[in-house]
Design a protein around this ligand. Structure first.
Ligand SMILES: Cc1cc2nc3c(=O)[nH]c(=O)nc-3n(C[C@H](O)[C@H](O)[C@H](O)COP(=O)(O)OP(=O)(O)OC[C@H]3O[C@@H](n4cnc5c(N)ncnc54)[C@H](O)[C@@H]3O)c2cc1C
Length: 444
């Protein structure tokens, strides 16, 4: 299976309804999971997707479903999310590729080990099964004796799922249960009445709704800017590769900031260079520079600034439009950035050294995905301040796939006004404008 692009077949083509209870903007893991839990509660839902279901981040990621190393505020939600992944795999009757095989963080140096020790304490407070591994124990876990790393941290209850297939599969199941899903259907803006949301205007026409959830991934900031709402969000590109089937060395995923691998359902491995990222400088890089300063300090070593490939367009993007005008969402149906050739070369060079079973494996596909990062690496899951019943779920900062079903569960509860068992204070939209200090969680 290959990455989705503008030329991929349209497979979700419901008819635009006149009215629904809730419209969801974006069919990534967040939008589709939100739709699923709303549908379960008997709420009528329309999901509008400008390109293809899971065409962007939700199919391009590494497939880690992880609790390990997370921001503490996210932990209870992601633990719930892993249980939901398990439930979805049964309830949808679809193959999501979900399985709990554990995830490992590898320490390249002594400092890495110290960081892990600190995180194990947090894990204990949340009753997780995280533990440290000595270099020798790690070698056994990965099936080879060479002590390439100083040691590691493992969470056996973490899992993996298949990004190429999982979200489209949940979407198909949701559609069978009555969720309406339309691809090639950009939402241009929302409609409001007396300070409340009253619907959306899509490129195919208007739809009335009592609530709208923006789950637009990398596009949420642009969508909100047109409505006068500032959502600091920057994009970074990650390059990924997959191999031919190989003998199994480790059945979960493992990685350091220099290299990562994850066993795939098809018997290959998904590989990447850890936190090696490209940032294409844009107007938002300047606009949100001060918001991102603390985050930048943490990620600088892995970040490459790029000034090529359409700098002028990025410096002067279209930020305002009317509902009857074509929008940036229609211009780029599926954000399909080209993989970084240097990263691909390095992955190729390193794979055999990091996992000996990969010595003779071939890379059969490479791709890239644009990650949407927030200044503190945690998402917004909140109602927006100026328009009642208009919600935002975005900024999942490189780890939204695993928490996706949990986030969908949270958003469905928020939209219905239900009480929630989680403390959502850290995820409020106002934290970027109410004078709160920006406190970054663990980076990407
Ligand atoms: C290389 C890479 C590796 C990653 N690895 C992991 C990992 O191992 N584990 C993990 O948990 N996370 C990982 N992530 C992050 C994870 O993939 C994302 O956090 C998650 O998929 C975000 O989901 P989303 O639904 O918010 O966004 P997306 O999946 O990007 O979906 C948003 C959708 O909204 C649509 N849209 C936007 N605007 C509009 C509009 N106006 N109208 C209609 N549609 C619109 C877009 O076309 C898009 O399809 C990784 C990401 C990348 C790129």
């Amino acid at each position: 299976m290959s990455m989705l692009s503008d030329s991929s077949d349209v497979t979700f083509r419901d008819k635009l309804p006149e009215a629904v209870d809730v419209v969801i903007i974006g069919a990534g893991v967040i939008g589709i999971s939100t739709a699923w839990f709303l549908m379960k509660a008997g709420v009528s839902v329309l999901v509008c997707e400008k390109g293809r279901v899971a065409g962007e981040q939700s199919s391009r990621n590494w497939g880690w479903v992880r609790q390990q190393g997370r921001d503490e505020a996210e932990l209870p939600i992601v633990t719930k999310s892993i249980n939901l992944w398990e439930g979805l795999a049964k309830e949808t009757g679809e193959d999501l590729g979900f399985t709990r095989q554990g995830l490992i963080f590898l320490a390249e140096d002594e400092k890495g080990l110290v960081d892990f020790e600190q995180w194990v304490e947090i894990a204990k407070q949340h009753q997780l099964d995280t533990r440290l591994l000595s270099a020798a124990a790690l070698g056994k876990e990965l099936g080879y004796a060479e002590h390439r790393w100083k040691g590691a941290m493992i969470t056996p209850s973490d899992g993996r799922a298949e990004p190429f297939i999982a979200v489209p599969a949940i979407a198909r199941a949701a559609q069978r249960e009555g969720v309406q899903i339309i691809e090639n259907c950009a939402v241009r803006t929302i409609d409001t009445r007396a300070g409340e949301v009253s619907g959306v205007v899509t490129e195919l026409g208007a739809v009335r709704a009592n609530a709208v959830v923006c789950a637009g991934g990398a596009w949420s900031s642009t969508f909100l800017a047109n409505l006068g709402l500032s959502f600091p969000q920057l994009l970074v590109k990650g390059t990924v590769a997959r191999t031919t089937p190989t003998p199994e060395a480790y059945s979960g995923g493992a990685g350091s900031h220099k290299f990562s691998f994850r066993r795939r359902q098809d018997g290959g491995y998904t590989l990447s260079l850890g936190n090696y990222m490209d940032h294409y400088v844009s107007a938002d890089s300047v606009r949100y520079f001060s918001d991102f300063l603390p985050a930048l300090k943490m990620t600088w070593s892995g970040m490459r600034l790029r000034f090529n490939d359409g700098l002028i367009d990025r410096l002067f993007p279209k930020r305002f439009w009317q509902a009857d005008e074509s929008t940036p969402f229609e211009k780029t149906r599926v954000l399909n950035p080209s993989p970084n050739p240097y990263a691909v070369k390095k992955i190729q060079e390193k794979m055999g050294r990091n996992l000996p079973v990969l010595k003779n494996a071939e890379i059969v596909e490479v791709w890239a995905g644009m990650i949407d990062a927030s200044p503190d690496f945690v998402p917004v899951m909140d109602e927006l301040p100026t328009v009642k019943n208009f919600y935002l779920a975005s900024g999942f900062s490189g780890h939204g796939f695993g928490i996706g079903p949990g986030a969908g569960y949270v958003m469905a509860a928020l939209v219905q006004g239900n009480e929630i068992e989680f403390d959502l204070n850290r995820f409020r939209f106002s934290r970027f404008s109410d004078g709160s200090p920006i406190v970054p969680g663990p980076a990407l």
